[in-house]
Design a protein around this ligand. Structure first.
Ligand SMILES: C[S@@+](CC[C@H](N)C(=O)[O-])C[C@H]1O[C@@H](n2cnc3c(N)ncnc32)[C@H](O)[C@@H]1O
Length: 287
């Protein structure tokens, strides 16, 4: 884990070699946000069926130890939300997708699930002692605004105050396949998860949430099929449906992924890594 306990100026913070390295890859750092990815509902469900993320969920629960009133922004289908709800006094989630809000409500009576967007959270200032957003920043319209909203609803006077984010690590294997194969066919700017986390770190530090801790987590999509060809077809389907379901070039993307997936499975036969970076921001220590 890399922890920076001193309130640093924003530029100092991003000048720290270690933290810049984590928010990489540096040579591809874009100047601006590429805009949100579309998330297909079916694609996301197929993706989660293969996702093993026990280590990631443990990391989030550790990051939230001592938290009582937690907001999970963009709870999705609630795998993580349920784990949080089991640990804290009250877990609330805000999710724009109507079907996912219903799923979240029916899956656990202890979760308060509301429709809404990260950029306009439907809560008064300082409503929570912790705010979490896992794998949500790539889908919002305005990253800085979403993070500022998380800061607004987090009670920075609470000793347990913290904002916890997860995005992709610089070595994320899924993002790398996306950028190598699908992004050029879609004619879109490349995905850069480190840019999103660096943007969030900047906004957090500017707002006084300048005690930052960063660490890596390992999650992966599992492909247990014994036949290599079956794995390649399954992986191409899951990845393209997740990122680009309904895209006019989706079939070309599935075809173009095949050689990259053969190469990938030669190295790692039954998994594609979804390496993450957990960022925990707490208010600067008071003197
Ligand atoms: C990849 S899923 C992650 C779900 C969940 N946090 C998890 O880690 O399992 C991204 C989620 O963010 C939600 N989302 C998209 N745009 C959003 C926004 N502007 N504000 C809040 N959530 C958003 C999506 O509906 C989706 O459920």
């Amino acid at each position: 884990m890399t922890t920076f306990e001193t309130p640093l100026s924003v530029l100092d913070l991003l000048d720290k070699t270690e933290i810049r390295w984590l928010f990489g890859p540096e040579d591809r750092m874009p100047a601006d946000y590429r805009g949100p990815h579309r998330l297909s509902h079916r694609g996301w469900l197929n993706f989660t069926e293969r996702l093993e993320r026990g280590e990631e969920i443990s990391a989030i629960l550790t990051a939230l130890s001592g938290s009582r009133q937690v907001l999970d922004v963009g709870g999705g289908t609630g795998d993580l939300t349920r784990a949080i709800a089991a640990q804290v006094d009250q877990c609330t989630t805000v999710e724009p997708h109507r079907e996912r809000v219903e799923t979240l409500r029916t899956r656990s009576a202890t979760i308060r699930a509301l429709p809404g967007h990260a950029e306009a959270l439907p809560f008064p200032d300082r409503s929570f002692d912790a705010v979490v957003a896992t794998w949500v920043l790539p889908y919002v319209d305005d990253v800085a605004r979403a993070v500022r909203e998380m800061i607004r609803v987090c009670d920075e006077t609470d000793a347990a105050a913290r904002i916890v984010l997860i995005g992709g690590g610089r070595d994320n294997e899924l993002v790398s396949l996306l950028n190598q194969v699908c992004v050029p066919l879609a004619g879109e700017p490349h995905d850069h998860q480190g840019f999103l986390l660096a943007t969030a770190a900047r906004v957090l530090a500017e707002a006084g949430f300048s005690r930052l801790a960063v660490w890596r987590t390992e999650a992966a999509l599992r492909f247990p099929e014994s036949a290599l060809e079956e794995r390649v077809v399954a992986a191409a389907g899951v990845l393209v449906d997740f990122w680009y379901e309904g895209h006019p070039r989706a079939a070309d993307m599935k075809e173009a992924l095949r050689p990259a997936l053969y190469r990938h499975f030669a190295q790692r036969p039954h998994a594609i890594g979804d390496q993450g970076l957990v960022l925990v921001a707490r208010p600067a220590a008071r003197s």
